[in-house]
Design a protein. Structure first.
Lengths: 660, 259
């Protein structure tokens, strides 16, 4: 997930941290609590959630302690420094090449072996480290205890036990970080099997004076033996003989073990990790295996029948809230506000009053959207995210996602898309290959986000009936399935199946949920409110001045001729590019009424809702697509969606006109 | 196998290895067809009844009974009159091998030669008896070790003592490889709560590396927790963490079951 600094909605760039002296990087596996540690150290609101891959971009924050100013960098969670994904390359380059003063390795104590595997790779990189042994509370619940002192001795790295979400151990961690920045002592060298160590030494000796682009010698040697393509290329430039030597050494290892060299080294690291874990972990309650909360919940959430039912109910419940309760709250607020001031739009009279009236209309539209729809949606979403349930939906729906050329993890961006396309497009990074990322981002922009839901509700549910609104929803999902199948065939690239960690559930903390909801809503309020108020005032003024008519006339062949909408639709759809709800807002301003059934037939309302749902990703989404995938792809998606919307809108108009 | 040149119609027959050719000849192709059919039926029901086999092969029950008795003599099946036949370990090996050849050929015929699935099936039925182990493994290499046939049935792994497909190549020579010792099964064949130790990771090097990075290294113990319905992913527990793995990837993870 992304924090507000990545959302792009407010258009402001992340705050630059200035005047810092030291840089500390947080690294570790996915979903071990790095973001929680980051928030505790910096006092920031980096979004945390219980699914692997939510930190997609490195976040930066400032730790101030005893007069020191330290820049903290939260790297995306990774399992290894191989080159399986972009995140792995980015993280390893950052640590090796940008030389942070120290690295804080955040470890999930309850899965020590797998975390140790990554720790060993950090040690290979030869950076000063501090280990935060996080989630020790969960570990104790599993009946295990860990000897931090012993771990410290073995690795030669200070180890602090923490429970980051509760802030436990953070002060101690801060002190250890400061100490480490001062002494910069490197970790112990962890040795692998003799046949491998000999060959590493041989390579280190020839690497002596070679420029390895900033990577330390031991690490470079290991990567050469693993036949890492990037490092091999790098060293080849400096001295073409070394990769040849490394290749023959790797072949020798492959002969001894009968396995590929990179797999041999992975096996070695795990072997060492197992031994370390064996020495420091004690089973406090051997033989007693309590059925954990996760097991109990999973027996329902992953049940062949109940699992689907639960997934359906959770997603439907999330949307039902938007549909039903949101409408009621919205109506209530609207009534309340109209008691304070009449906001029937005016288009004649003094300019100030036109503008003031427009601004007030915008304000009401903002209040009646954000509070009733967006806020509750994000609250429930944060709850679901934080509980760890999203990975379960991914598990259950994996085979369904295959039909779209995606896999289970794609469910997460799609669900986020019901909130807002922007963070959902960013979260597409959890997919492994460029093909899957592009495909998923395209589908995400077709998901009815809260803004589009408001359009469907405001036009169709309110003035036709709720069933037609639901039908539009269903139609949109059908469209996504069809578009997905076509796009899967068209977009080139490879497909990778699901491999995902299933983290334990935990009871979502209210503090986290509120912080998360606030972080997401904040940017919305900062940009949407002004946009509504200014936009609404502008539309009203422009309309009063008669500027809008030529635009409408120009678009008439499409809007009136093909789609069967009133001429005013042209300007609605143009304002809708900025924000989808602007279509409704503009409509209300121009016709001086919010009773849309008096100005359009049911068929027109349905067609208008359908077209504004799919005709274009909103401006913020287009910008996000461009920044993630480049302008070419963003433009392609935009043009395709305009085409689809016009085509489908016209067909639906003709079909519905037959019987409505 | 030997070729009798005395006969103008060249026939390939299988000499029974145990009795040194003293028992009656039974064409290997016919025997393999029987074993394959018994294997298929026994997969669904525990015992392959004579009538069921006869129906499948379009033969009379009497000739099936006779053939089964012969195969029982050779130690390929355990035959109980009125009940039916089950495969012995040897019989199972032959059946698995022939199934593997059949499905690899099907993949080849559909993906490379673009025959339709039905055609591919009938062609594969004829070719499967004639290709050698070398051809079988060369096909597997060329097709990048497919996990399933075009009809969706799993393709069993080869019997060479390799731990990843990367080790299988023409240069090193197939004959150099010893046969695998333990009996290995795909992790998707385990039942929930069953344990196994990783023995062989088949397929693409990137995926193999990914699985290893996540702790699925050779000889590591894994427990199957559950399988999602509709051919969905499986959930396994390895090194104290739970992982969801897509079925098509999991098909390529082979484990040896502990005794």
């Amino acid at each position: 997930m992304v924090g507000c600094e990545n959302c792009g909605r407010c258009g402001s760039t992340p705050k630059q941290i200035k005047n810092f002296r030291q840089v500390v990087a947080l690294a570790g596996n996915s979903n071990v609590g790095k973001s929680a540690v980051f928030n505790q150290l910096t006092g920031m609101d980096q979004i945390i959630g219980n699914w692997p891959g939510k930190t997609v971009e490195r976040a930066e924050g400032l730790l101030q302690y005893k007069g020191l100013r330290i820049k903290i960098i939260d790297l995306p969670g990774i399992y290894s420094f191989s080159t399986y994904s972009m995140e792995e390359i980015v993280s390893r380059d950052f640590i090796a090449l940008e030389n942070p003063d120290i690295v804080v390795n955040v470890i999930d104590a309850s899965a020590l072996e797998r975390n140790m595997f990554f720790t060993l790779q950090l040690i290979e990189l030869g950076v000063p480290m501090v280990i935060a042994l996080n989630q020790v509370d969960l570990m104790e619940k599993k009946g295990l205890s860990v000897n931090a002192k012993k771990l410290e001795e073995i690795l030669g790295v200070p180890v602090v036990t923490t429970v980051a979400v509760k802030g436990k151990g953070i002060r101690e961690l801060t002190e250890k970080i400061i100490d480490k920045i001062e002494d910069k002592k490197l970790p112990n060298k962890i040795k692998y099997g003799q046949e491998i160590e000999q060959r590493i030494d041989k390579l280190i000796s020839v690497l002596g004076n070679v420029n390895t682009g900033g990577y330390p010698a031991r690490w470079t040697a290991i990567k050469l033996i693993e036949k890492d393509a990037e490092i091999t290329k790098l060293v080849e430039k400096a001295d073409p003989n070394i990769p040849i030597l490394a290749g023959s050494l790797a072949d020798e290892i492959e002969k001894i073990h009968g396995e590929q060299s990179s797999i041999v080294i992975t096996g070695e690291r795990y072997h060492v990790a197992d031994m370390i874990a064996h020495q420091v972990i004690k089973d406090v309650m051997p033989g007693v295996k309590k059925r954990t909360l996760t097991e109990t919940l999973d027996s329902i959430a992953l049940h062949p029948v109940l699992g689907y039912l639960t997934a359906f109910m959770v997603i439907a419940g999330l949307l039902a809230w938007t549909f039903t309760i949101g409408t009621q709250i919205s109506g209530f607020i609207q009534n309340f506000l109209t008691m304070i001031e009449q906001y029937e739009p005016v288009i004649s009279g003094p300019v100030e009053s036109i503008i003031w009236n427009g601004a007030f209309t915008g304000f009401i539209a903002g209040v009646t959207l954000i509070i009733p729809y967006v806020l509750p949606f994000y609250l429930i979403l944060a709850f679901i995210e934080d509980s760890g349930y999203l990975t379960r939906i991914s598990f259950m729906l994996d085979s369904g996602m295959h039909k779209l050329g995606l896999h289970g993890k794609a469910v997460i961006p799609l669900v986020l898309g019901y909130g807002c396309s922007v963070p959902a497009v960013y979260s597409c990074r959890i997919m492994e290959t460029p093909k899957q990322k592009t495909l998923l981002a395209y589908l995400v922009t077709l998901i009815p986000c809260t803004a589009r839901t408001v359009v469907i509700l405001g036009l169709v549910a309110a003035f036709v009936n709720i069933w037609w609104a639901l039908a539009l929803y269903a139609f949109d999902i059908l469209l996504i399935v069809v578009a997905g199948r076509i796009a899967f065939k068209v977009i080139p690239g490879e497909y990778v199946g699901l491999v995902m960690e299933m983290a334990d559930y935990h009871v979502p903390s209210l503090k986290v949920i509120f912080k998360q909801t606030w972080a997401r809503t904040k940017s919305l309020i900062l940009i949407v409110f002004p946009a509504y108020i200014v936009g609404s005032a502008a539309v009203q003024a422009l309309y009063a001045l008669g500027v809008l008519t030529p635009i409408n006339n120009a678009l008439m062949p499409i809007t009136v001729g093909w789609l069967g909408l009133p001429a005013v639709a042209g300007i609605l759809l143009i304002f809708g590019i900025v924000r989808k709800e602007m279509t409704i807002l503009t409509l209300a301003i121009i016709f001086h009424t919010t009773n849309f059934s008096s100005i359009m037939t049911p068929v027109q309302l349905i067609v208008l809702a359908l077209v504004s749902t799919i005709y274009i990703p909103c401006l913020a989404s287009i910008l996000t697509l461009a920044s993630e995938f480049g302008w070419r792809k963003a433009t392609t998606v935009t043009i395709m969606e305009i085409g689809t919307a016009i085509l489908l809108g016209g067909i639906i108009f003709r079909l519905l006109s037959l019987f409505m | 196998m030997y070729i009798s040149l005395g006969n103008p119609n060249i026939t390939i027959v299988n000499r029974c290895p145990r009795t040194n050719g003293n028992c009656e000849y039974m064409p290997s192709e016919k025997m393999e067809e029987y074993l394959k059919t018994i294997y298929d039926i026994a997969c669904k029901d525990s015992v392959a009844r004579t009538t069921a086999v006869a129906k499948c092969l379009n033969l009379s029950p009497a000739s099936v009974t006779e053939a089964m008795q012969k195969m029982a003599e050779k130690g390929l099946v355990i035959y109980e009159p009125y009940k039916g036949a089950t495969l012995t370990k040897e019989g199972l090996e032959i059946a698995t091998k022939i199934k593997r050849k059949h499905r690899l050929l099907e993949v080849f015929l559909t993906n490379i030669l673009h025959l339709d699935k039905k055609m591919a099936h009938s062609e594969a039925c004829k070719m499967e008896h004639d290709i050698s182990g070398e051809t079988e493994n060369a096909l597997c290499r060329m097709l990048n070790a497919p996990a399933r046939c075009p009809h969706g049935s799993p393709i069993s792994p080869c019997t060479m003592a390799v731990s990843t497909c990367d080790e299988c190549d023409v240069d090193t020579g197939i004959l150099e490889h010893k046969a695998r010792e333990a009996n290995i099964v795909s992790i998707t064949d385990l039942e929930p709560c069953e344990m196994g130790a990783i023995a062989f990771l088949r397929g693409d090097q990137k995926v193999v590396q990914r699985l290893s990075d996540l702790g699925l290294t050779l000889h590591t113990k894994v427990e199957l927790l559950r399988k999602a319905p509709l051919n969905g992913p499986i959930e396994v527990c390895v090194r104290r963490t739970n992982l969801a793995i897509a079925r098509e990837i999991a098909d390529n993870i082979f484990v040896s079951i502990e005794g």
